[in-house]
Design a protein around this ligand. Sequence first.
Ligand SMILES: Nc1ncnc2c1ncn2[C@@H]1O[C@H](COP(=O)(O)OP(=O)(O)OP(=O)(O)O)[C@@H](O)[C@H]1O
Length: 247
Amino acid sequence: MSVAVRGSGLWKRYGSGQTQVDALADVTAEFGQGRFTAIMGPSGSGKSTLLHCLAGLDKPTAGQVFVGDLDITRLPEKQLTHLRRDRIGFVFQAFNLVPTLTALENITLPLDLAGRKFDQEWLDTVIDTIGLKDRLGHKPSELSGGQQQRVACARALAARPDVVFADEPTGNLDSRSSADVLAFLHRSVRDFGQTVVMVTHDPTAASYADRVLFLADGELRSELLDPTAESVLDTMKQLDATAAAAG
Ligand SMILES: Nc1ncnc2c1ncn2[C@@H]1O[C@H](COP(=O)(O)OP(=O)(O)OP(=O)(O)O)[C@@H](O)[C@H]1O
C-alpha cells in the first residue's frame, strides 16, 4: 500500500515558559492511499493541530510532513499554496460555502479559480454520488445543513486530490444528515480510492473509517483497525481510565 501522507516526528509548540503548550509532541503517523482514517481524542489533545500540519495549513515547530514523496514543510509559500489547491481537499465543520453561488458553482469554484479544465466524467460521478442532482441550482441558504456539507465534500473532491482532510465534518449536523455525509466520504474511499483523514468526537462517525488514531496530550496513544462504535467507545474509556490513574 502506498502512503498518501506521512507525518514524521511532528512537534507543535505554542508560547514559552509557564504558558508553553506542546500541542503535538513527537507524532509520527502514516496515512495509506485509499484509506479512511479517523483522528479522535479529548478536547485540546491536538487533533486539529495535527490535521492542519498534515494539510499544510499550519507549520510544525519540528518534524516533517510528506505528501507522496514531497516534504511540504520545506516548500516555499507559493508552492505550498499550489499544492494545497491541486493535491489537497478540505471539509470544515462550518461548511464554508460561498453564499452567493449555487451548489454547482460552489463545487466547481476551486477548479474555476485554478483555471483548470474539468474532468467532467469525474465531476458527474461525484455529483451522482452526493445525490443532490435536483438541488444543484440552489444557493446554500436554500439547502439543509446536511445537503450543504455534501456540497462541501463534493467541492473537496472535485479536483480529485491526493487526500481529503475533514475537521469535524458532522459536528453541526443531526444524526441523519451525518450519516449521509459519512456514507459519501466512505463511498469516495471504497469506490474511488480516495484518501480521507477526518477529525471527529463521535464514535459512530469514527466507525465509518478503516482505522482510528487516538491522541492525548499531543501524543498518539492508541490505534484501532476496523472500528465499530462500541470498540471506539471502549478504547476511549480505557484511555480515560489510564489518564485518571496517571494523573
Ligand atoms: N494558536 C494557539 N496558541 C496557543 N495555544 C494553542 C493554539 N492553538 C491551539 N493551542 C493549544 O494546543 C492544544 C491543542 O489544540 P487543538 O485545537 O489541536 O486540540 P483539539 O484536540 O483539536 O481540540 P478540540 O477537540 O477542542 O477542537 C490545546 O491545548 C490548545 O489550547
